[in-house]
Design a protein. Structure first.
Length: 173
């Protein structure tokens, strides 16, 4: 008699050169935000055929809008650029694992895949008031079909927190 068991295997995603290039666009946008006195979060949305639909960064302090996170702003720009609220087939590259609000917006926009660099715990370590609900938990609890791959250029993305703190304008929320 044989027993059936569950084996959990943590597979580290393999990122393509294209993934890294798109993440570098998100990193560049985060650096623009830092230079403008904003927080160190950037994102980029790419269509299924590899066209960059939008890249943006966090503007919470500039707009006094707590929902103006990098991912949400990028979704707004992509929807306007593509003339739709349905971003099926698109991939979002985010310098940090999306917060629960941003994950929900990604789900509602029907984005196919999230690729992120730094983790929620990295943002929390930098002093942000993060809800420590990882995207994989949100995906499971909400039965979301979105694919989640973390760790793309993670060291470069974590470096954004140090750059932001060193810029002398660091304000957390």
């Amino acid at each position: 008699m044989f027993g059936v068991g569950t084996i959990l295997v943590n597979i580290t995603p393999v990122f393509t050169p294209a993934d890294e290039n798109y993440m570098r666009l998100a990193i560049a946008r985060a650096r623009e935000g830092i230079a403008g006195g904003q927080t160190p979060f950037g994102a980029c949305i790419v269509t299924a055929d590899g066209v960059v639909a939008a890249c943006d960064h966090n503007v919470v302090w500039k707009t006094t809008d707590i929902t103006a996170h990098g991912e949400v702003n990028t979704i707004r720009v992509a929807c306007r650029a593509l003339g739709t609220i349905d971003l099926s087939g698109c991939v979002i590259y985010s310098t940090t694992e999306p917060c629960p609000m941003c994950f929900s917006a990604i789900h509602w926009a029907r984005i196919r895949r999230i690729v992120f660099g730094a983790s929620i715990s990295d943002a929390q370590a930098a002093g942000f008031n993060e809800l420590t609900i990882a995207n994989d938990i949100m995906k499971s609890a909400g039965h979301s079909p979105v694919l989640i791959e973390g760790g793309c250029l993670s060291a470069e993305c974590r470096e954004l927190f140090r750059e932001w703190q060193g810029a002398g304008q660091a304000r957390r929320y």
